[in-house]
Design a protein around this ligand. Sequence first.
Ligand SMILES: [Fe+2]
Length: 387
Amino acid sequence: MQNIRKFYLVFEIISILLTIFFYKLNKISLFSIFLTSTFYYLVAFILPKIPVFFTGLIAFIMLFIFMLTITYTHIDFEIPGKYIFSINYFYIYILVIFILSILTLIDFEKFNILNIISGICLMCLFFIFLYFSFNNRINVVNYSIETNKIMNKDIKIALLSDTHSTIYPNNDLVNDIKREKPDLILLTGDIIDDVASIKGTDILMEKIKDIAPIYYCTGNHEYMAKDYEERIKSLESYGVNYLNDEYKIIDINGNKILISGVNDPYIDTKVKNYPSISDRLKELEIECAKEDFNGVKILLSHRPELYDLYSNYDYDLVLSGHAHGGQVRIPFLMNGLIAPKQGLFPKFAGGLYTLNDKTKMIVSRGLSIEALPRIFDPPELVIITLK
Ligand SMILES: [Fe+2]
């Protein structure tokens, strides 16, 4: 028994070193170090008889499958009228194999080479699980919206939300956007953070400003910054069109589209007696009605929890962010643990929703990677094709 505990102590040290390595490599939260430590102490003291039978073999099969599936290939699940969520295939493999490994637990009284190999394999499994559950690589999520209002070529939109002035390693986000060749880039708030410096936003805007026209609405964090007006001006200096409770009609690929953008309700902490979002939406509706416009109408508004309000208006598509995917997700079971103003198990944590016969809403799970840990909830770049 003592030997096994020493053995696990070595695992523990290796696991912490590996976690620090992953942290450096991919900015995985320090929270993962805590989790790893807890896991190994639990294994060492509660479950000293480590799994042996076929675990090694299963682990190698799993690693092989993992090598084959280390792509951003998704499987999408739709609950009609509610939402679609997508899962990377390798999450499923990891979960299945992990469960199989647990099932192979048998009593093993002696400490031998098979035991060591299977222990190492189990540790590899755990790290792969940890790595991908805390995976901060950007997920590209595609939605397509069919409408009879697109008369000419399809329109491809890149939706970026909640970047929180993040500086993306290796130019990841920019490369993903360029690869998609969007016709339009839409930003749904919290692009500027109140705590982080504006540098991350500057770097990103400099690199994406020439890809496609950019339209933007504010989020709550913009108004949490003391110098929010200067920060928004700095965003505009990159050619970003700030929709300050207003709309624009633009031509994309021969199609006319109307884009409205509303300021986040948090603006009332900075501007006294600022009209409510409901009044501002009503006002916009009256203004838009004066146009002889039959194309696609899009609303940019940071808060998904106001879905009820949005469904009263004449938009084809509402785009939001703010919920960060509910921070923790469990594939198949839970599309988000917690989100502001929505509480536990938020319905509008991320995905595609049907608000009524006419209006769809897409909630981005956001692109921040520096703040709270995201578990099974990687940052996402949303690509929408209007057909
Ligand atoms: Fe927000």
